[in-house]
Design a protein around this ligand. Structure first.
Ligand SMILES: Cc1cc2nc3c(=O)[nH]c(=O)nc-3n(C[C@H](O)[C@H](O)[C@H](O)COP(=O)(O)OP(=O)(O)OC[C@H]3O[C@@H](n4cnc5c(N)ncnc54)[C@H](O)[C@@H]3O)c2cc1C
Length: 421
């Protein structure tokens, strides 16, 4: 790469960062993409890794491999710790990178609404490490129940609480009932996995709150048909190793999973004014106020359109990444930057086998059709030919046999709530 070309630093190899890098493929720039992980994760399928339906490499790919054919892009594995906006430098844990332009797409993590101590007992689902930890806890819960003499404790190990009734919580709850009712059938001698309780707790008055009301109601019915106990309007006031507190009501459970709050990367607060979720309030063209050479994309950007916040979803991140790249090209050509316009392609959530809801351009689907649409779209957008083939094979097998082929426990046999811990 010619050292004289303008240098674009992209922070994050997620949906936003990768889309920006690809959109700059033919541009007269040299790109350095920085990520603290060596892989891109297809987050919409993380819950499948967490519930042992897919293995980690099926939904991830090395960022370096994804960009291998793009000659103007280099990838470095490093943690970004800050910015020197005046000197146009990105600060790394072990160095710094000067830029002419930058796109920051560092995504989001969990928020425990000011109760970070809950995190130890209720892991969330944002990274591959999280998914492997959730899988470990779910599989171990059945193992602990099998060895438990005390009936009350056995029930606690067989009670799973999912906090948060958005798409991730709904998907997790549906998959957990499938594991309990079908996948583990006949494998245990003392417990009946079918007797496991899966409880989905949502603070709002319905699951999937951003969806049209009729689809939320349909999702609830489909969840209940699968065997999930749905509790809406229920605010969590405590989480510990023995269960969940909902006001004065207690649910004794040894496995609690967090699918509720989201907080943007702390890098946002280093760039300027943020909203309550830590997302940076960007200019309409996605640049950082006062810094036209610096753009923010994806879950880290707070963008409002028609009075509503642009949602933290993969299509929005991809559109923003491409838009930031297009604005960089326009600046290089001496043209004015353009404002970002989000094109909403609709929402989809799966609930379990042949169950789901979809709202695509006003077309509202439930059940089998929504589930089929979900399968097709997720296969289409998965990165990598190998991943698509493997995932299609795994799903076909799972459909025919209820098998979950990634039932591997890694990282020891103890979990929080374990009396031996
Ligand atoms: C469990 C789950 C399910 C989801 N399901 C759906 C769905 O069904 N449909 C949908 O459209 N969206 C879904 N989403 C949301 C979607 O995945 C996000 O909106 C999207 O990933 C945002 O893209 P991004 O590029 O902003 O961030 P990300 O994709 O999160 O990428 C951020 C990248 O930045 C890197 N990074 C972060 N901090 C640093 C740092 N300090 N230094 C270096 N690198 C850093 C990270 O390692 C990561 O690779 C889901 C999200 C989750 C967690």
């Amino acid at each position: 790469m010619a050292e004289t070309l303008p240098h674009v630093v992209i922070v994050g190899g997620g949906f936003g960062g990768l889309s920006a890098a690809r959109a700059l493929a033919g541009a007269p720039v040299r790109i350095t993409l920085v990520d603290r992980r060596n892989h891109h994760v297809f987050q919409p399928l993380l819950y499948q890794v967490a519930t042992a339906g897919l293995a980690a490499p099926d939904i991830a790919a090395p960022i370096r491999h994804i960009l291998r054919s793009q000659r103007n892009a280099a990838v470095i594995l490093a943690e970004v710790t800050g910015f020197d906006l005046r000197r146009r430098k990105v600060t790394l844990a072990d160095g710094e990178l000067a830029y002419d332009f930058a796109v920051v797409a560092a995504g989001a993590g969990h928020s425990y609404f000011g109760h970070d101590e809950w995190g130890r007992h209720a892991p969330g689902l944002k990274t591959m490490e999280d998914a492997v930890e959730v899988r470990r806890r779910v599989l171990l819960a059945f193992e602990h129940a099998e060895r438990q003499e005390d009936e009350a404790l056995q029930r606690e190990w067989l009670t799973f609480v999912v906090i948060g009734g958005g798409p991730t919580g709904v998907e997790l709850a549906g998959a957990l009932t499938e594991i309990a009712r079908h996948t583990l059938r006949g494998e245990f001698r003392r417990i009946n996995p079918r007797s496991a309780r899966v409880i989905l707790v949502e603070g709002a008055d319905r699951v999937l709150p951003p969806y049209p009301k009729e689809l939320s109601e349909s999702a609830r019915r489909q969840l209940e048909r699968l065997g999930v106990e749905v509790r809406t309007g229920a605010l969590v006031t405590g989480v510990d190793g023995g269960g969940v507190q909902l006001g004065d009501q207690r649910i004794a459970a040894r496995t609690v999973l967090w699918a509720a709050g989201v907080a943007a990367s702390p890098l946002g607060r280093m760039l300027g004014k943020c909203d309550r979720a830590g997302r940076l309030e960007v200019e309409p063209d996605l640049s950082v106020p006062g810094h036209p050479e610096l753009f923010v994309a994806g879950d880290l950007a707070a963008v409002t359109q028609d009075g509503k916040a642009v949602p933290g979803v993969a299509p929005a991140a991809m559109q923003m990444g491409r838009h930031a790249a297009a604005n960089i090209i326009r600046m290089l050509e001496g043209q004015p930057r353009r404002r970002f316009l989000y094109r909403d392609k609709g929402s989809l959530a799966t609930i379990g086998r042949k169950a789901g809801v979809a709202d695509i351009g006003g077309l509202r689907l439930s059940g089998l059709l929504a589930w089929l649409a979900w399968l097709a779209i997720h296969i289409f957008f998965l990165i990598g030919f190998r991943n698509r083939v493997v995932v299609m094979f795994e799903w076909a097998l799972a459909y025919l046999t209820y098998a979950r082929s990634a039932r591997i426990v890694l990282g020891g046999n103890r979990v929080s709530g374990d009396p031996h811990e």
